[in-house]
Design a protein around this ligand. Structure first.
Ligand SMILES: *[C@@H]1O[C@H](CO)[C@@H](O)[C@H](O)[C@H]1NC(C)=O
Ligand SMILES: *[C@@H]1O[C@H](CO)[C@@H](O)[C@H](O)[C@H]1NC(C)=O
Ligand SMILES: *[C@@H]1O[C@H](CO)[C@@H](O)[C@H](O)[C@H]1NC(C)=O
Ligand SMILES: *[C@@H]1O[C@H](CO)[C@@H](O)[C@H](O)[C@H]1NC(C)=O
Ligand SMILES: *[C@@H]1O[C@H](CO)[C@@H](O)[C@H](O)[C@H]1NC(C)=O
Length: 659
């Protein structure tokens, strides 16, 4: 059996390791990861050959070495390493200190007892010395130690995850020994503002950085800083310099600097990590230094690489960064470190989304609503259709490819531990597709005319789509009833989910019968966070979050839906709020002014992906606070979406002003 191994720009495997490091768990993605290890190297690529990997037949088209994540050809090991199954992993016995890691592998991966059954094998190492008595196919070594990997037996085909000594295009660079997750960890990093810090530059030279610079270079830097009156601190970390060796002191030095020039070899990954965490922009004094998951993370957004030869100009270069650039890099660095490099535990309780509705299909009590269409609907709103679910998981594979850069760098949403059901940033087909028989499904071309056609097509040019109403209610049966009645015969409605938050009482057995199903979910805990659980009964991308006492007319809701469809990554809705800071005071009000910054989720369209983000990925401290104050879930959602998109919500108009 020949070994077919690979790496390079491997979205899947880096995503896997990122996840692994964050959660110390394996996710279902392991299947893809493992698969990717069978990508062949391109014969033309030197590094592939040097490793002794089997060369491709000349006519094979290979994606592996060219920056693409997947190659769909598998040879020999197909049966064990199928792309559509959970691939078996074997974990080599190593130190007991990795027991908790191994447990996590077992709970989420398909761990087998015998190496013969495995597609991939994993070795966790502390010291860098790997003692493998048997030949291991498809070996991944996670090296927590600082020393280079040394094998007792000849192993040539492996991929290492470690903090130094990387083989370019093969290994993964990262600092693995990060602190364990702790609920309060989010309090540690310093605020990103103010911009000014004590040092303009911190030049950090490690003991091992001897090859670095001559004293002339350093004195050039110092002279230059004297002229500009920028403070430059130089940290020579040889011997017992407590500023280097004491973690607390070192962190505070990093935190009081705007730029951190890192000149370190052995400890580079760790210092890079610390620098990002401190909000000190890493300046990497090397053009060849490998950065963590650099195939996926665009480090130009958060760090600066300067070749050594350019050192004399470094002060000039750093000075050329504007205040807003610096702050943006600081922010982006913080996101990268928190999302990909730190141990960020997510709420894994996916069970919560599988609530069973209280009343099953054989239950027929609901009182009928007099179907006369409400008198105020003088406009045609669209056809009444049966429920049509949005197609889900359309991007299982392409999100690792076409959407990969966006998801890693601009929109860290892939962090849910499973493939995304719906992708708010997915591309829409071009409008012309509605004229071709193979692609017109779900489109309703707009005929020229009165605007009626425009209503019928709901903005045309986009595929057929419906929305789900998620109605939060507690105890007001009459209010709920009226609210449901208003939804009767509303076009584009997929279903109504009533979140029954009253844990002491069953919901009424009689409620208005609508043209779509109404599902009551009884909560086990009265929490406002329930409104944002991504219930698996929500089958559409669009979720209309609604309070039971909001009185909106159907055409207003349809208008908001239409606007949301063109702004799928934002909150679109009605009740606007204004918040601001003025000196040390925070202001928040609902005055009817043009100044507003939030749309409350009492009546707003939200993409379902944000419900996953809210429930599983947002720091749990925020959800806890919502429970403590029984309030503010809408503020949290607004901040979350703006944090992910850097965009404000959109207010749609209504016939009267809804407070
Ligand atoms: C990893 O960190 C722990 C404590 O945070 C420390 O005891 C251990 O020595 C570190 N291991 C390495 C290889 O640096
Ligand atoms: C690090 O420095 C701080 C402040 O000077 C001191 O309180 C602490 O004990 C030091 N820690 C170690 C491990 O030396
Ligand atoms: C539906 O619910 C009723 C009681 O509400 C129960 O008697 C019946 O067995 C349920 N049917 C199914 C198919 O679950
Ligand atoms: C995508 O992945 C999900 C699991 O996360 C799975 O349920 C679904 O069937 C997959 N869909 C496709 C089209 O592969
Ligand atoms: C906005 O509302 C607050 C609180 O109701 C009030 O104190 C304030 O004067 C209002 N501001 C304006 C500009 O109307």
């Amino acid at each position: 059996m020949s070994l077919q191994f690979s790496k390079q720009n491997d979205a899947i495997s880096s995503r896997f390791f990122r996840k692994l490091i964050r959660d110390k768990t394996i996710i279902f993605l392991i299947a893809f990861l493992i698969y990717s290890y069978f990508i062949y190297y391109l014969a033309s690529n030197g590094s592939c050959r040097e490793l002794g990997f089997e060369e491709l037949e000349p006519n094979d088209y290979d994606l592996g070495c060219n920056g693409y994540p997947l190659d769909y050809r598998v040879k020999d090991q197909q049966s064990r390493c199928s792309i559509s199954n959970f691939m078996p992993i074997y974990i080599h016995k190593s130190s007991n200190s990795f027991n908790s890691w191994i447990e996590n592998f077992k709970t989420e991966g398909n761990v087998v007892e015998s190496i013969e059954e495995a597609c991939i094998s994993i070795y966790l190492s502390e010291s860098g010395l790997v003692d493998l008595s048997e030949f291991s196919p498809n070996l991944i070594v996670l090296n927590f130690g600082l020393n280079q990997l040394t094998f007792k037996t000849t192993v040539s085909n492996y991929i290492a995850v470690q903090s130094n000594n990387h083989r370019r295009h093969i290994d993964f660079a990262t600092y693995l020994n990060v602190s364990d997750f702790d609920d309060d960890l989010w309090k540690e990093p310093p605020p990103l503002l103010p911009y000014t810090r004590k040092n303009f530059i911190l030049y950090y030279i490690d003991i091992d950085g001897e090859d670095s610079l001559t004293s002339t270079d350093i004195s050039t830097l110092l002279t230059s800083s004297k002229r500009s009156q920028d403070t430059i601190e130089i940290l020579q970390c040889s011997g017992e310099n407590s500023k280097c060796s004491n973690d607390t002191v070192r962190a505070s030095t990093f935190q009081s600097s705007i730029f951190c020039i890192l000149s370190s070899v052995q400890l580079f990954q760790r210092r890079f990590y610390e620098s990002l965490q401190s909000g000190c922009i890493p300046v990497v004094l090397s053009s060849s230094q490998i950065l963590p998951f650099e195939d996926q993370i665009d480090w130009r957004l958060a760090s600066i690489k300067v070749p050594r030869a350019r050192f004399p100009e470094i002060h000039f270069i750093l000075r050329s960064y504007s205040m807003s650039d610096v702050l943006e890099m600081r922010r982006q660095g913080r996101i990268f470190v928190e999302t990909y490099l730190a141990d960020k535990r997510e709420d894994k309780n996916f069970e919560r989304v599988r609530a069973k509705p209280l009343f099953n299909n054989s239950f027929t009590s609901p009182q009928s609503v007099i179907p006369a269409s409400p008198i105020y609907e003088e406009e045609y709103l669209g056809p009444l259709e049966s429920s049509y679910d949005s197609p889900s998981h359309l991007h299982n594979f392409s999100s690792l490819n076409i959407y990969s850069h966006k998801l890693w760098n601009e929109f860290p949403m892939s962090a849910f531990g499973s493939s995304l059901e719906f992708l708010p940033i997915a591309y829409q087909p071009p409008t012309e597709v509605e004229f071709y028989p193979d692609s017109l499904e779900g489109f309703r071309p707009i005929e020229p005319g009165s605007g009626v056609e425009f209503s019928r097509a709901l903005g045309g040019n986009l595929q057929r789509e419906q929305f789900t109403v998620v109605l939060l209610t507690y105890n007001r049966d009459a209010v709920l009833s009226a609210s449901l009645e208003r939804l009767n015969r509303m076009p584009y409605l997929n279903k109504v989910i009533v979140i029954w938050n009253n844990i002491d009482r069953e919901p009424p057995l009689s409620w208005p019968k609508l043209h779509v199903s109404v599902e009551f979910l009884k909560m086990t805990k009265n929490s406002l966070n329930n409104r944002f659980v991504p219930w698996d009964r929500i089958k559409t991308e669009a979720v209309f979050s609604l309070d039971d006492d909001i009185d909106l007319r159907q055409h207003e809701i349809i208008l908001a839906f239409r606007i949301w469809r063109e702004n799928r990554d934002r909150i679109v809705g009605f009740p606007a709020r204004f918040h601001s800071r003025y000196n040390d005071l925070m202001y928040y009000n609902s005055n009817h002014t043009c100044q507003m910054s939030m749309i409350l989720t009492g009546a707003a369209f939200i993409h379902k992906a944000y419900l996953y983000a809210y429930t599983f990925s947002m720091p749990s401290a925020i959800r806890k606070h919502v429970d403590e104050v029984t309030n503010c879930e809408d503020i949290a959602m607004n901040f979350l979406v703006s944090h992910l998109t850097r965009k404000p919500p959109i207010k749609t108009t209504s016939r009267w002003t809804l407070k």
